[in-house]
Design a protein around this ligand. Structure first.
Ligand SMILES: [Fe+2]
Length: 307
C-alpha cells in the first residue's frame, strides 16, 4: 500500500535539496534532561519554529526557572528571527515544556498532535484531574493531523503522525529536515521506550519504518541523546539513510516481531524517568503549571503505587 502522505513529504525533501533552499537549525542541548531544543528557520524570510522547549525544574525544591528558554530567546533576538511556530513532538515524560514562557516572549502558534486528547484522557484518569481539566487539547493553539501541511516562511513543512512511544507523537518534516521527537534515537543508541501508558512497541516499529521511507539524505534531528557506549559527545543529528543502515535496534532487515521482543524485554528493565510525574502533569497542560489553589500556589500530585 502506498503511503501518499510520506510520498508528498519525500517530494518536499527532494525539492528543498534540489533548490538549495533549506532550513537553518540551531540546537540547544539541556544536559540535565538530555533534551535537544531545535530552533529552525528559513534563511530568506527569517521565520522560525522552536521545537520541544525545556523548562528548568529542581525537583527537590519544587522550583521552576527559565535559563534554558532564555538562551533560546536571546538567540532568536540576536539572529533577528520571527517565531511563527512552537512545535511539540509529544507530551514528554522526562522534562517540562516551557512553551507558555516562550509564547509570552516570542509569540508563535503552539502545536501538538491531535491525539494529545487521548494522552490527556489517560493521564487525566491517572492523576484524577478535576472536571475543569480540559481533555480536548484546547490548551494548545492548534492540533495537527497526519499529513497536515504548514509553512516556515517560504519553506514547506508536513506533520507526520508517528505513534508508538506515545499515541500523540508527531514528526515534523520541514524542508529537507525531519524532527523525529522520540521516534528514533541516534543509530548507535537505538530507540525510545514504548511502555508508557498509551505506548506500544509494534506501533512504534511501524512509525519508524514509515519515517525510513523518507529519502536517505533527509536530515534527522532527535529530541534526546544519552551518548552511547564508546561515544563521549552528545549528538542529535543524523540522516534517514544512516538510521536505515545502522540503527542498532531497527536497521533494515530487523523484523517487526524481533524488534517488539527486544523492545518489550528492554523496557521491562527500565526505571521510570526521574521527572515523569511532574513532566506529564505540566505537559498535558501545554507547559502550564496546574491551577493554583486558594493560597495562590500550584501543586503537583504524586500518585502512590500506581505507575
Ligand atoms: Fe518522550
Amino acid at each position: 500500500m502506498t503511503d501518499t502522505i510520506v510520498e508528498t513529504a519525500s517530494a518536499q525533501v527532494d525539492a528543498a535539496r534540489a533548490s538549495g533552499h533549506v532550513p537553518v537549525v540551531r540546537t540547544f542541548f539541556d544536559e540535565a534532561t538530555f533534551t535537544a531544543t531545535h530552533v529552525v528557520h528559513d534563511p530568506r524570510t527569517k521565520r522560525a519554529a522552536v521545537i520541544d522547549s525545556v523548562q528548568d525544574f529542581d525537583q527537590a525544591s519544587g522550583r521552576t526557572s527559565h535559563a534554558s528558554a532564555d538562551a533560546v530567546i536571546a538567540y532568536v533576538r540576536e539572529t533577528g528571527l520571527t517565531v511563527d511556530w512552537l512545535l511539540e513532538t509529544h507530551a514528554h515524560a522526562d522534562h517540562l515544556s516551557d512553551a507558555p514562557y516562550l509564547h509570552r516572549a516570542l509569540g508563535g502558534t503552539l502545536v501538538i498532535g491531535r491525539e494529545i486528547r487521548t494522552v490527556q484522557g489517560v493521564f487525566g484518569k491517572i492523576f484524577n484531574e478535576p472536571e475543569s481539566f480540559a481533555r480536548d487539547g484546547s490548551q494548545f493553539d492548534r492540533l495537527m493531523d497526519d499529513g497536515e501541511r504548514f509553512a516556515l516562511g517560504d519553506i514547506e513543512a508536513t506533520a507526520l503522525h508517528v505513534p508508538g512511544h506515545t499515541p500523540a507523537c508527531l514528526a515534523y518534516v520541514i524542508g529537507d529536515a525531519v524532527f523525529v521527537g522520540d521516534t528514533l534515537f541516534m543509530p548507535d543508541y537505538g530507540t525510545a521506550r514504548a511502555d508508557f501508558p498509551g505506548g506500544d512497541a509494534r506501533t512504534l516499529f511501524r512509525s519508524m519504518r514509515r519515517l525510513m521511507q523518507l529519502p536517505d539524505a533527509t536530515r534527522a534531528f532527535l529530541c534526546h541523546d544519552y551518548k552511547a557506549p564508546n561515544r563521549d559527545e552528545f549528538v542529535w543529528e543524523t540522516t534517514i539513510g544512516d538510521e536505515k543502515a545502522g540503527n542498532i535496534h531497527v536497521h533494515e532487515g530487523v523484523g517487526e516481531d524481533e524488534f517488539v521482543a527486544m523492545r518489550e524485554a528492554r523496557d521491562g528493565t527500565l526505571d521510570m524517568p526521574r521527572l515523569i510525574l511532574p513532566s506529564i502533569q505540566v505537559n498535558i497542560r501545554a507547559g502550564n503549571l496546574p491551577e493554583p489553589e486558594d493560597n495562590g500556589v500550584s501543586y503537583l500530585k504524586l500518585p502512590l503505587n500506581l505507575l
